[in-house]
Write a protein that binds this ligand. Structure first.
Ligand code: ADP
Length: 395
């Protein structure tokens, strides 16, 4: 089935048009500066990228621009929008309402709206993408795929916060976790690479601009590092990861920050950028560290140390581990970081093959012969998961 995938942000919208079976990508692109002026970048494999400035006051004009270029006789890939069998939307927060993907109807939209307080930055943007598609393609079925859904199998001991229980009962405060579509895809691939055993224990390390780990037993998530929101876990590009809440009170008192300013610091100015003062990009950090920048080296060391700690915690929580998976920008591409994360874990049966690890962006088993725990590099493919869910629900 030919599926259009939409990932709508507040001022941007990514799209991909692909085949749900086999995953062939026909076209993909990005609308930027929605609500400001509007710019479209459209990519078709084997052709030169097309960039054009198109007014996009709202997401509706952005979606219209995407459809127009898709059916363009020269730049397009289809004759008519009727060839789009269904649309799959990435939605950030499904709260407790969504344990799996669902067909978008009025009830689903209401439930996504109810999750806005939990995902105040992303859910309204996701809804704008959905509403724009409904307006422009009223007959095309649409599906919502949630970042949180895969993690809803976590047991209560993993998702409950140790604060008064009434906040869970009344206000839905609990660990939700994110990058669920990526964790679902790579954990399923890892189980396949393990030979589909009846039982399996997998730790997925999604290491990108935003990063999270998940512990997956028999294909079901039992724990993950992100929490109510995507700020939790270990340090990321610009996000702090877990911090002692006392720091908030202390800094807010000292500098007179309000909670918005404080959270902006924790979301945008912290993580490896905050420690290094150099960059949130790990390639820049590598370069700076190699030139002797001590804070860049410390930022990398901190990141590696915290990932190692969570791997140890999850192996213990699951009572063992069969495979560790590296995915996303850093996990797929940073040979050195993968090596440093796995260093010193031989005691628990994790042994990397340096030669095999010399790889980027490919699905490879990089563990040494005889390593009790497999180490896999698996490029994530969230779009394929969204396309497959969408096709399955729209058959
Ligand atoms: P996002 O969370 O935005 O989807 P990605 O998964 O694309 O992010 O990851 C982006 C990050 O991947 C960049 O910050 C960059 O640091 C890192 N990255 C990409 N290529 C390399 C590389 N060759 N070596 C180290 N880090 C890399």
């Amino acid at each position: 089935m030919k599926i259009l995938i939409i990932n709508a942000g507040s001022s941007s919208l990514k799209y991909q048009f692909m085949e749900s079976e086999g995953g062939e990508v026909f076209a993909k692109g990005l609308c930027e500066r929605i609500g400001i002026d509007g710019r479209l970048t459209h990519k078709v494999p084997g052709r030169e990228d097309v960039k054009s400035d198109i007014p996009m006051p709202t997401h509706s004009e952005a979606i219209q621009a995407v459809l127009d270029i898709m059916v363009d006789p020269v730049k397009g890939v289809i004759k008519s929008t009727d060839e789009i069998a269904a649309v799959g939307h990435r939605v950030l927060h499904g709260g407790m309402a969504f344990t799996e993907s669902c067909i978008i109807d009025d009830k689903c939209i209401e439930a996504i709206k109810k999750c806005i307080p939990l995902g105040p930055l992303h859910n309204p943007a996701n809804l704008m993408g959905i509403e724009a598609c409904q307006k422009i393609m009223p007959k095309t079925p649409q599906v919502a795929v949630f970042d949180t859904a895969f993690h809803m199998t976590m047991p209560a001991k993993a998702y409950i916060y140790a604060i008064p229980y009434e906040y869970y009962e009344k206000d839905d405060v609990r660990r939700y976790g994110f990058h669920g579509t990526s964790h679902r895809y790579v954990s399923a691939r890892a189980i396949d690479m393990l030979g589909n055993p009846a039982h399996s224990k997998v730790i997925c390390c999604h290491l990108g601009n935003g990063s999270s780990l998940s512990a997956v037993v028999d294909g079901k998530c039992v724990d993950t590092t992100m929490g109510l929101g995507p700020l939790a876990g270990f340090p990321m590009g610009t996000r702090s990861g877990d911090v002692d809440a006392t720091i908030l009170e202390y800094l807010m008192g000292r500098y007179g920050y309000d909670i918005k300013e404080m959270l902006n610091i924790l979301n945008k100015k912290s993580g490896v950028l905050g420690i290094s003062g150099v960059s949130s990009d790990f390639r820049d950090l590598d370069e700076a560290a190699q030139k002797g920048n001590e804070r860049a080296a410390l930022a990398l060391e901190k990141f590696i140390y915290e990932v190692k700690k969570f791997i140890g915690a999850y192996a213990n929580a699951m009572g063992g581990v069969d495979a560790i998976v590296f995915t996303a920008g850093i996990g797929e591409n940073s040979i050195d970081l993968r090596r440093r994360i796995c260093e010193g874990m031989e005691y628990m049966g994790v042994k990397m093959d340096a030669e095999k690890n010399n790889t980027r962006g490919k699905e490879v088993d990089v563990s040494a012969d005889g390593s009790k725990v497999k180490i896999f590099v698996i490029p994530t493919n969230e779009e394929l998961m969204i396309a497959m869910d969408t096709a399955a629900l729209c058959k």
